[in-house]
Design a protein around this ligand. Structure first.
Ligand code: FE2
Length: 241
């Protein structure tokens, strides 16, 4: 016997994703973002291990890409901490509230790890250096791998437990209201930077699904205009990864 409600949406599943709890809310944008976070941390981890400290131009690109990644992740966590978990805390059981408290605590652990990584990338991207800073590269490799482990654990925990709570307690209308209140109208410059980044490596069929949602047509257009330039820069950024 299937427990899937016949009106519930089919949930998106992307590479690396650990779970996609069934329920009334289509969590596709959440999963697209989680995919991008996992993808970037895997790439950063390989790039920091394999990019020679003397490859200054590549470190400048890596530092720039880290800024984009960190901005997107920070925003994602802020929306969850300010909008999503509080909406659930008012409705949940004691066990559910404990899971939501853990989500916030995990965000709090990840943020300083990201700060440490940002400082390392900035140092390696500095224009004037007497000699290649091999120690800084090795130290950054340790930091990026710690951030990667920590974020992977957190995303798995969120996908298995916290999203299951979202699906149990909220409706699609509740979800839309939270998004409206906390996401805000994105500026064009930001859309142009984030769309090709979020879409990179997402299977074509999944992208089509996202673009065919209400309001998705604008994203499709931006993606078409930006994806080639993004892919070229991506290849240069991660050329040693
Ligand atoms: Fe999330």
């Amino acid at each position: 016997m299937s427990t899937t409600h016949h009106t519930w949406p089919r949930q998106l599943r992307l590479p690396g994703q650990v779970a996609a709890p069934e329920g009334p809310i289509d969590m596709q944008m959440m999963y697209v973002m989680h995919h991008a976070f996992r993808r970037d941390l895997d790439l950063f981890s390989a790039a920091v291990r394999n990019t020679p400290a003397s490859e200054w131009a590549t470190w400048v690109l890596l530092e720039e890409r880290w800024e984009l990644f960190a901005e997107a992740l920070h925003e994602h966590h802020t929306i969850e901490d300010d909008g999503v978990w509080p909406a659930l805390e008012a409705l949940g059981t004691e066990d559910e509230v404990a899971t939501l408290t853990a989500m916030e605590a995990e965000h709090g652990e990840i943020d300083p790890l990201l700060e440490g990584c940002a400082a390392g990338f900035r140092r390696l991207a500095q224009p004037v250096r007497q000699h290649a800073d091999e120690d800084a590269r090795a130290a950054l490799a340790v930091r990026v791998s710690a951030a990667r482990e920590s974020l992977r654990r957190h995303l798995a925990h969120e996908e298995t437990e916290a999203i299951a709570i979202i699906q149990r307690l909220l409706t699609q209308e509740d979800w839309d209201r939270i998004e409206e209140a906390h996401v805000g109208k994105p500026k064009l410059g930001k859309v142009v930077r984030l769309v090709p980044w979020a879409a990179y490596g997402v299977p074509r069929e999944a992208l089509e699904r996202v673009f065919s949602q209400p309001g998705g047509g604008g994203f499709r257009l931006v993606w078409r205009l930006t994806r080639r330039g993004f892919a070229r820069k991506h290849a240069r950024t991660f050329r040693f990864a």
